[in-house]
Design a protein around this ligand. Sequence first.
Ligand SMILES: *[C@@H]1O[C@H](CO)[C@@H](O)[C@H](O)[C@H]1NC(C)=O
Ligand SMILES: *[C@@H]1O[C@H](CO)[C@@H](O)[C@H](O)[C@H]1NC(C)=O
Ligand SMILES: *[C@@H]1O[C@H](CO)[C@@H](O)[C@H](O)[C@H]1NC(C)=O
Ligand SMILES: *[C@@H]1O[C@H](CO)[C@@H](O)[C@H](O)[C@H]1NC(C)=O
Ligand SMILES: *[C@@H]1O[C@H](CO)[C@@H](O)[C@H](O)[C@H]1NC(C)=O
Ligand SMILES: *[C@@H]1O[C@H](CO)[C@@H](O)[C@H](O)[C@H]1NC(C)=O
Ligand SMILES: *[C@@H]1O[C@H](CO)[C@@H](O)[C@H](O)[C@H]1NC(C)=O
Length: 279
Amino acid sequence: MWSDKLKMVATTTKVYLLGFFFVLVIGFYSHRVVPRDRGDHDLNHQDTYNYFRRVLVSPGLQDYDYFYLALQWPPSLCNTPSNKCREDVKNFTYFTIHGLWPQKQNGRRFNCTSGTALNITKLRSDKNLLQRLDKYWPSLLVRKTNDEFWRHEWEKHGRCIGWDQNIYFKTAVNAYVTNNISTLVEEFAKHGIQKGGSYTIGNYTEAIQKILHVRSTIQSISNRINATLLFEIRLCVDKTGKNLTNCDLIAFPKWDDEISNVHFHSLIIIPNADLPVHH
Ligand SMILES: *[C@@H]1O[C@H](CO)[C@@H](O)[C@H](O)[C@H]1NC(C)=O
Ligand SMILES: *[C@@H]1O[C@H](CO)[C@@H](O)[C@H](O)[C@H]1NC(C)=O
Ligand SMILES: *[C@@H]1O[C@H](CO)[C@@H](O)[C@H](O)[C@H]1NC(C)=O
Ligand SMILES: *[C@@H]1O[C@H](CO)[C@@H](O)[C@H](O)[C@H]1NC(C)=O
Ligand SMILES: *[C@@H]1O[C@H](CO)[C@@H](O)[C@H](O)[C@H]1NC(C)=O
Ligand SMILES: *[C@@H]1O[C@H](CO)[C@@H](O)[C@H](O)[C@H]1NC(C)=O
Ligand SMILES: *[C@@H]1O[C@H](CO)[C@@H](O)[C@H](O)[C@H]1NC(C)=O
């Protein structure tokens, strides 16, 4: 009798211990931010903690509902009259980041006015981040260095939401990398959108819907000679900065196909090239 009872107690204890152990293990892993693919995302536990502390606890910060992730197409930017691009711009054969912009619902204007200036020393001290910023978030223009571009983006769009500046930049790059934006051009080709061709706004947004499973908006720009160029793609990212989502996009121009034949430029004209497009 007694020994049976003891056995039962012992078994129950074992089950409890095992359960406790499981909870520990699961707790440990669920605290980690598990990267979705390439292993070069470095949002670690401390970052996540800081992030939630800032977003949920800090008072006096500007509230926003989601972000726009704005992506620019280098050949188009570099073939418009007022933009002179740096010489290594030909190396950017993919969409690059323009910015990660906090937004209010219904496209209400969001002015980012509070917060601190960018600390470039601190940004440059994270070598891994810096390498990815140089690659995916370059200033393409001669008149603006990368540092100046990042400072502009932080001060115009980043500083007011209370995030640590390095986390803000990491978040943008992570959103870009986890969604394979650097191969978007190759994915476009699989959906019939070739560099050098002209397509409707709807053609682009449909392809993006198929590739990334979200709505998007396209901003075009005129080269002032003979073509409207695909200039920018805007996607929405949720408040955490982690996942693409659907949101109220301010359409440029409109949701419909108001502008047709938006040219998907293939050529980059480097500075000093003897072509009328450049000044
Ligand atoms: C651009 O790409 C070329 C060829 O891949 C490489 O040799 C060069 O170093 C790159 N330039 C810069 C500034 O990264
Ligand atoms: C945002 O800034 C613009 C331009 O400075 C101003 O016209 C507008 O009223 C501001 N909006 C808000 C909500 O503060
Ligand atoms: C900028 O960051 C560096 C390195 O993190 C730090 O030592 C320095 O005090 C910061 N400067 C300002 C003005 O906050
Ligand atoms: C990104 O590309 C990798 C490798 O090609 C793939 O495994 C992953 O599912 C892609 N991620 C997205 C969000 O498409
Ligand atoms: C672009 O849209 C037009 C009109 O909807 C359609 O006829 C055409 O097949 C589309 N092209 C591509 C490449 O999807
Ligand atoms: C615009 O003109 C240039 C130079 O004449 C030509 O090479 C290019 O193909 C034209 N682009 C379009 C979209 O018509
Ligand atoms: C983000 O996406 C991942 C993977 O699809 C999902 O597990 C997670 O719940 C999403 N997070 C949010 C905040 O929606």
